[in-house]
Design a protein around this ligand. Structure first.
Ligand code: HEC
Ligand code: HEC
Ligand code: HEC
Ligand code: HEC
Ligand code: HEC
Ligand code: HEC
Length: 307
């Protein structure tokens, strides 16, 4: 192997070439210095205590404020996601609990105003470890953002809601987490509420591998067994008849043995109930199967009729 060795005959004497080299080195040093200052400032910015107090506003309210009506006259619901959202349950989720607070409830009912406690902060939230102001116990209706577009979509700097779905993990700093399925997104709120009158949505049985938005419009949230193109021509059998016009499909096809009975809010329609004892409340089962047992209702619930 041939080695590169300095040629002893070449002497380094000051020359015009040497001066150019010195200038180049000086420029490089200056640039390095500037870069170090910039990096230092960025790091300092990161290290500054982040006080998470105020949310950054909702996308739907902004669009509505900019003249979009969100209204749907007498016509069928428009295709516009904003119109559908306004007509659906996610545009009207404001709640206050019995003790006059909603800071905990906001996790699902108004995520833009929700501030997790230090223990509940996601590990990914690097700036959150510094300082988290506790949220005000009550968000007034005027400051509420419902389940805003931003909870499920990023909004670009021009205010456009981007179609991909994602999850607003830490609202105050607009940190998003990727979701692998739409179900994962919906289940951030439709499972795990430790509050009275809430029950988890669990898809099981016949629809196990289906996505929430296979059945629900993702903005109006409407879903129907019979006008979905799936069950619009049911086998004519006892159960699928006029006698049972007031019985919801799920009351017969639930596979989990939930209680069944009439729901006054639905005009006496028979549905499934969640909860126990005196604390049961209507909750439509999503664990459905083909089988259905007449005696579920006609022996125990409607005694005397079909013994
Ligand atoms: C983990 C998410 C989550 C939390 C936390 C939560 N909720 Fe809910 N809440 C929901 C969902 C989802 C629904 C819709 C339930 C359904 O119909 O299956 C709901 C429905 C309700 C309803 C019925 C709405 C209506 O118009 O009939 C009330 C009332 C309610 N919640 C109050 C509260 C209160 C009060 C708190 C705080 C103490 C709270 N929720 C905390 C997710 C949550
Ligand atoms: C609870 C979550 C959720 C909220 C809130 C929500 N979306 Fe969506 N959005 C979805 C899902 C789910 C899809 C369907 C994604 C798919 O098909 O993969 C979707 C799709 C879209 C699309 C793509 C095309 C279309 O028309 O379906 C647009 C645009 C959109 N949403 C805009 C909005 C706007 C504007 C708002 C607020 C008014 C909003 N979304 C609120 C969940 C949400
Ligand atoms: C940020 C939390 C959140 C997310 C995410 C979310 N929801 Fe909801 N959803 C709610 C709350 C809160 C309500 C209760 C609204 C009310 O007050 O009635 C609700 C209501 C509903 C209802 C009406 C319930 C009823 O009793 O009539 C349906 C259906 C629904 N959501 C489906 C979905 C689907 C499907 C997705 C995913 C595309 C989804 N939700 C994502 C919070 C959420
Ligand atoms: C009063 C009880 C009852 C009600 C209400 C009811 N079903 Fe059924 N359903 C049955 C019975 C019983 C069978 C036959 C089960 C078997 O094959 O063992 C059946 C069978 C089915 C089947 C399989 C046979 C077929 O037609 O493809 C489907 C799908 C079905 N039901 C869907 C529905 C839907 C959707 C609704 C609501 C629109 C509904 N059912 C309402 C009792 C009911
Ligand atoms: C196979 C179709 C189907 C799938 C999949 C599905 N749903 Fe439903 N869902 C329905 C139907 C149908 C209703 C009843 C609508 C009605 O009768 O008002 C309903 C009702 C609901 C309700 C209202 C419950 C109540 O007690 O009033 C909620 C909340 C809901 N779905 C959430 C979800 C979520 C979240 C997912 C995904 C994890 C999901 N659904 C998946 C068809 C479906
Ligand atoms: C989820 C509950 C439920 C199930 C399961 C159920 N039914 Fe019913 N059934 C009802 C209700 C509610 C009525 C209406 C009673 C009324 O109008 O007073 C009814 C009415 C009837 C009637 C008319 C009786 C009358 O006096 O008007 C017949 C017949 C009947 N059911 C047969 C069946 C058969 C057969 C099955 C099994 C395939 C079945 N039912 C399953 C709830 C149920």
């Amino acid at each position: 192997m041939k080695q590169k060795t300095p040629d002893p005959t070449k002497r380094t004497t000051p020359s015009s070439l040497g001066q150019i080299r010195d200038v180049v080195i000086a420029v490089i040093l200056l640039a390095l210095g500037a870069a170090i200052v910039v990096i230092y400032q960025v790091e300092a910015g990161k290290a500054e205590p982040v006080s998470i107090v105020k949310n950054t506003g909702g996308a739907a309210s902004q669009m509505l404020g900019q003249g979009a009506t969100g209204a749907q006259g007498t016509d069928a619901l428009s295709e516009n996601p904003l119109d559908r959202w306004v007509a659906g349950p996610h545009s009207n989720t404001y709640v206050v609990s019995a003790d006059g607070t909603n800071d905990k409830c906001n996790q699902c009912h108004d995520p833009i105003n929700y501030i997790p406690s230090m223990e509940d902060m996601p590990a990914s939230c690097s700036v959150c470890k510094f300082k988290v102001e506790p949220p005000p116990p009550l968000t007034e209706p005027v400051n509420a953002h419902q389940v805003d577009c931003k909870v499920c979509h990023r909004v670009d700097s021009g205010g456009t809601v981007l179609a991909d779905v994602t999850w607003l993990e830490v609202a105050a700093i607009e940190q998003y987490a990727d979701v692998s399925t739409v179900n994962q997104l919906c289940q951030y709120c439709h499972t795990g509420a430790e509050a009275e009158g809430h029950a988890d949505i669990h898809i099981a049985g016949a629809h196990e591998n289906m996505a929430c938005n296979d059945c629900h419009d993702p903005h109006s949230m409407q879903a129907s067994c019979t006008s979905s193109g799936c069950h619009d021509s049911l086998e004519e059998i006892p159960g699928h008849d006029a006698d049972h016009a007031k019985v919801h499909c799920v009351a017969c096809h639930d596979t989990t043995g939930m209680e069944v009975g009439p729901d006054e809010a639905r005009g006496g329609l028979w549905v499934t109930f969640a909860g126990e004892g005196d604390n049961t409340f209507p909750h439509l089962s999503h664990a459905l199967g083909r089988e259905s047992d007449c005696s579920r209702c006609h022996v125990e619930v409607l005694p005397g009729k079909y013994k």
